[in-house]
Design a protein around this ligand. Structure first.
Ligand SMILES: [Zn+2]
Length: 85
């Protein structure tokens, strides 16, 4: 097992929001994720989160999807007819 030791850097004066330990927060080499080496807390940057959000979805076909989700299927355990050995 090779542990990447130089991949993360300590943030001077950073306090962990979970365990409140100082100088335990390390940042990844690209600076997108932070991690606490004391309690294992890890998080990404919420302000710079590249989520695949669907932009400009104003098509009338989207309303049909809502009506099709009203189908409720009930499964009776007695109609399964399985025997447990
Ligand atoms: Zn911590």
């Amino acid at each position: 097992m090779d542990t990447p030791r130089n991949r993360e850097r300590f943030i001077a004066g950073a306090v962990c929001p979970r365990c409140s330990e100082m100088d335990r927060i390390v940042v990844s080499v690209n600076g997108e994720t932070r991690r606490c080496i004391a309690c294992g807390f890890s998080e990404g940057r919420p302000e710079d989160n590249p989520l695949p959000l669907p932009t400009r979805v104003s098509r009338p076909a989207a309303r049909r999807v809502e009506t099709t989700a009203e189908v409720v299927k009930l499964v009776d355990p007695a109609s399964s007819g399985k025997t447990e050995g």
